[in-house]
Ligand binder design. Structure first.
Ligand code: NAP
Length: 311
């Protein structure tokens, strides 16, 4: 039997193809022609940036599954979903390596100013000038805000660069030997590179604010591959303009895909368009896991990867 599902964010063509091949009737929320179709929908599919609020859920009386193709699900009102007997799934694990790879790429890019050096060569500036000296990454101090799947994978990579690793998380971990700091501010005061790897949402909103940036200091770099909401962006822009921190490398922003023009003009930043998991291999693995969750749901089997609140 074909099932009606609602697509609430853009999905890669290969994922849409797989959904069609699996016989799902996919309704695109932004181009819905027949509002009556909403009453037939039994599952929602979207990416990590998808917004699923009470208002949307009220329009979908028969939805029983929200399948997020991504590990972060801070755009989903999980409490409202649970209240309506809806389960939420996501795709943990399959994207961890890619996100950690990009985090290390950003550490190297901002520390060694690789994009700026590329621009220097392209512009022909090398002919008359020397590129300014940068800062060493090997052996530097790296602080992780979050020691979950991605935090651990970043730590593993940073260890190969002989970096001295410290972290903060809600609870200290007994199975890692890195230095634990109770607060983000204390962590920031003791590292050169502060890498954010916590979930978004209310509990981490603006976790990196004025005092954390002050503590990071004039030689410190901020790297954010988590969610834009975790960093107080206007405070960050001020800190970068006033050089009260050395620089920032960001994959995530407030109001994506619109990026504050002030931030875009700054010379001491590296900016990427939320691409931490954006490789063919990983996006295919994420799509496959999302389809596995959908299939299990419609076959009445145990869901492979429900979010922790729904376990
Ligand atoms: P995870 O395994 O659940 O780890 C999350 C970590 O954050 C845990 O160590 C947790 O602490 C810590 N944490 C949660 N709330 C905290 C708080 N208020 N203060 C301090 N630490 C807190 O998640 P993950 O798989 O590593 O993913 C992390 C996040 O990365 C995702 O939620 C997503 O938003 C983001 N992400 C971004 C991209 C991208 O494209 N840029 C791609 C994938 C993921 P405890 O261990 O003590 O509970």
């Amino acid at each position: 039997m074909a099932h009606d599902i609602l697509q609430i964010s853009p999905l890669p063509p290969f994922m849409l193809k797989a959904l069609h091949e699996a016989d799902y009737i996919v309704h695109d929320h932004t181009h819905i022609k027949d509002p009556g179709a909403l009453s037939k929908v039994t599952a929602i599919v979207g990416t990590g940036s998808a917004k699923v609020d009470q208002k949307l859920l009220q329009m979908l009386p028969h939805v029983k599954l929200i399948a997020i193709c991504g590990v972060g699900y801070d755009g989903v009102d999980v409490a409202a979903a649970i209240d309506k007997g809806i389960t939420v799934t996501h795709t943990p694990g399959v994207l961890t390596d890619d996100v950690a790879d990009l985090a290390m790429g950003l550490v190297l890019s901002i520390g060694r100013r690789i994009p700026q050096a590329d621009k220097f060569v392209r512009n022909g500036d090398w002919v008359d000038d020397m590129f300014a000296l940068t800062h060493q990454v090997s052996g530097a101090r790296l602080g992780l805000v979050g020691m979950g799947r991605i935090g651990r994978a970043i730590a593993k990579r940073a260890a190969a660069f002989d970096m001295r690793i410290a972290y903060t998380s809600r609870q200290a971990k007994s199975d890692v030997s890195y230095t634990f700091y109770q607060t983000v501010t204390n962590l920031a005061a003791n590292v050169d590179y502060l890498v954010v790897a916590v979930p978004g949402g209310d509990s981490t909103q603006n976790l990196i604010g004025h005092s954390v940036l002050q503590a990071l200091g004039t030689k410190g770099y901020l790297i954010n591959i988590a969610r834009g909401s975790v960093v107080d962006q206007p405070e960050l822009v001020q800190a970068l303009k006033n050089k009260t921190i050395a620089g920032a490398a960001l994959d995530v922003f407030w109001d994506e895909p619109i990026v504050d023009p002030e931030l875009r003009r700054l010379p001491n930043v590296v900016l990427t368009p939320h691409i931490a998991s954006a490789t063919m291999e990983t996006r295919q693995a994420m799509a496959a896991l999302t389809l596995d969750n959908l299939q299990a749901f419609y076959e009445g089997k145990a869901l492979p990867t429900p979010v922790p609140e729904c376990q």
